[in-house]
Design a protein around this ligand. Structure first.
Ligand SMILES: Nc1ncnc2c1ncn2[C@@H]1O[C@H](COP(=O)(O)OP(=O)(O)O)[C@@H](O)[C@H]1O
Ligand SMILES: [Mg+2]
Length: 206
């Protein structure tokens, strides 16, 4: 009888270390992530959470160990070329164009991704449906964070790297974020395959 092999993990951190500014920030970090899982990073300020996310995004290279995507080292340039297209990156710099409308700030990213039809449902899901025609400069900090999340929903990439995604969100915004992380089945025309989430955040259920 054929023996079914277990699936290759989507993402593996294999004994990873990382330096910044000649300082060792991460030491021998190990993690295995399959589709549909979330890794929540917690720790004191300066303990290396953002550094880990930046390393997974390819901004910093590991000084030792490997990050494997589908079993392949992401520092291999051919692999990285494919891997980077899997990433949904959210950080404090929001890359929102104040002069564009709320909708255009999402739509541009969706179109660049070669997709269509998700921007309005994503903005509606994030509670910004009534603001789609407003200029983005009108938004509050929390609304800007909601716009960032709507953009990620519209782009719909499989690996979400979220640095402090709950900062500036109100209680309802945090609930929406939890809802996204727990896995959207189908709502407002949006549907998603299982995703991987790596995030720097204190979540109430942990
Ligand atoms: N741009 C940078 N260049 C050099 N070192 C940095 C830089 N940003 C942060 N660091 C250092 O890296 C360490 C980890 O920072 P960081 O990963 O941002 O921590 P956290 O996200 O857990 O608060 C800190 O000691 C910080 O001073
Ligand atoms: Mg940080």
């Amino acid at each position: 009888m054929p023996v079914r092999k277990p699936p290759v993990p989507r993402l593996v951190l294999d004994n990873v270390s990382c330096m910044r500014n000649a300082q060792q920030i991460l030491r021998h970090v190990n993690a295995t992530l399959h589709d549909g899982s979330a890794l929540v990073l917690s720790g004191t300020n300066g303990s290396g959470k953002t550094t880990l996310l930046r390393m997974l995004a390819g901004f910093n290279k590991p000084t030792a160990g490997q990050v494997l995507w589908n079993g392949h080292d992401i520092t291999n340039s051919g692999v990285f070329h494919q891997y980077k297209l899997q990433l949904n990156w959210l950080a404090l710099k929001d890359a929102i164009k104040d002069k564009f409308t709320v909708l255009d700030n999402v739509l541009w990213f969706e179109l660049l991704e070669g997709k269509e039809g998700n921007s309005v449902p994503a903005l509606e899901l994030m509670g910004l449906g009534k603001l789609v025609k407003e200029k983005a400069r009108m938004l509050s900090m929390g609304q800007r964070k909601r716009l960032q999340l709507a953009r990620l929903l519209a782009m719909d990439r499989p690996i979400w790297l979220l640095d402090e995604p709950s900062v500036a969100l109100d209680g309802e915004g945090v609930k929406l974020l939890e809802y996204i992380i727990h896995g959207i089945e189908r709502k407002g025309g949006l549907s998603f395959a299982p995703r991987i989430f790596l995030l720097q955040w204190r979540m109430p259920w942990f």
